[in-house]
Design a protein. Structure first.
Length: 380
């Protein structure tokens, strides 16, 4: 039996980016029928959570939506007020019941279908204005504020990147013949298929070093970049991470923590200790430190996330100091890729040094949106 409120729950969860299938909705309706006579709304909440939630990161979203749909707003306010009052008493010797003198409003003997507010209109529920697919295609310069949904989206993008890279590695062992390439290769043989070409992508086992600009002009995207790298790090053979503004710190160990939250806290603490919060970029000094700390060779790819704004850059005989150092990085490594979040029409303005870095041998790519960033990382 289809329950209107359960369908609305499924719809709201989907709006928040939680994967919900028709089967999940059907199962949730069955759970409702089985437990609608229960007297504890928490039991129903936990039962439905076990149906819908496959990722612990989505639990908070579920709790908020469940309260909106299944609990009386006045009761929610009373419950939160009681929790706030309870938290004020930390002394275990004091009995709260004697002080409050009030019964818990959540305890009742009525069945659940009589507890929940009867007025319900699915059309009045608040909908998200921007869906995940729209966020992926939104100009990255319009996402320069913190949005929890974008952090979740970066985590999903990381999983997608890891899956795509793993698929490429599996294709390396493929025995499927690539007929178009085989035919083209054998034209010299009069069309006789002597040399066979297989569907095997070219994959070089290289070390990837990520250098992440965390200065004031880039800190809004550096967090998303870090969360993506954290999620797909295992798809790389060897990986090293640094963050910089006017100095650098290595964050490779932080990537190996058990959760993204702990990793983020570890990196933030390191930046605080080095005074690297909303700092100003000194590309030359950062590149000097990088050359001293990083182990570069012909099998090393260096990926730099920066807007190429060398605010303190010095020139000698028309040559930018940081560009000379970048050229040394290019010479010592296999290649240097720069992911620039600024649009191309802002490149090569007075404080931008994109052209200098391109002349030094770096490949500069514009990051138009999160989809574009994901594709660039996937191809590494």
């Amino acid at each position: 039996m289809v329950n209107e409120r359960i369908v609305a729950l499924s719809n709201q969860l989907r709006e928040e980016g939680v994967p919900v299938s028709v089967r999940s909705t059907e199962t949730a309706c069955d759970v409702w029928e089985l437990m609608k006579n229960t007297t504890k709304i928490e039991d129903m909440q936990n039962a439905l959570k076990s149906v819908y939630i496959k990722d612990t990161h989505d639990e908070e979203k579920f709790d908020v939506i469940f309260e909106e749909l299944f609990q009386d707003p006045d009761e929610i306010i009373k419950h939160k007020t009681k929790e706030t009052s309870d938290s004020a008493f930390k002394d275990p010797a004091i009995e709260q019941e004697d002080i409050m003198g009030m019964p818990d409003s959540q305890i009742t003997d009525l069945p659940l279908d009589q507890i929940i507010p009867p007025e319900f209109d699915a059309e009045n529920l608040q909908q998200n204005k921007i869906h995940e697919k729209d966020l992926l295609k939104t100009d990255i310069n319009h996402l320069n504020t913190f949005d929890e949904r974008i952090v979740d989206l970066c985590r999903k993008l990381a999983q997608k990147i890891a899956n795509n890279r793993a698929r490429r590695k599996r294709l390396l062992k493929s025995s499927n013949i690539n007929m178009p390439r085989t035919i083209r290769k054998n034209l010299k043989n009069g069309g006789k298929l002597i040399d066979i070409e297989y569907n095997k992508p070219k994959i070089n086992k290289t070390k990837h070093i990520f250098l992440n600009d965390v200065s004031g002009s880039c800190d809004w995207i550096s967090n998303w970049f870090f969360s993506i790298i954290y999620g797909c790090q295992k798809s790389f053979d060897k990986i090293t991470c640094y963050e910089f503004d006017n100095k650098i710190i290595e964050t490779t160990d932080a990537l190996k923590t058990e959760s993204y939250e702990l990793s983020y806290e570890t990196v933030t603490l390191k930046k605080l200790q080095r005074g690297m919060i909303h700092g100003q970029t000194d590309m030359a000094n950062s590149f000097k430190e990088f050359l001293n700390k990083a182990h570069l060779n012909h099998k090393t790819n260096v990926i730099i996330l920066t807007d190429c704004r060398d605010w303190q850059g010095k020139r000698e005989e028309g040559i930018l100091e940081s560009a000379s150092l970048l050229k040394e990085i290019v010479t010592k490594s296999s290649k240097v890729l720069i992911f620039n979040p600024e649009p191309m029409n802002k490149w090569n303005t007075p404080t931008s040094c994109v052209k200098d870095y391109q002349n030094a041998g770096a490949e500069v790519y514009e990051i138009k949106d999160l989809n574009n960033l994901a594709r660039l990382i996937t191809k590494l």
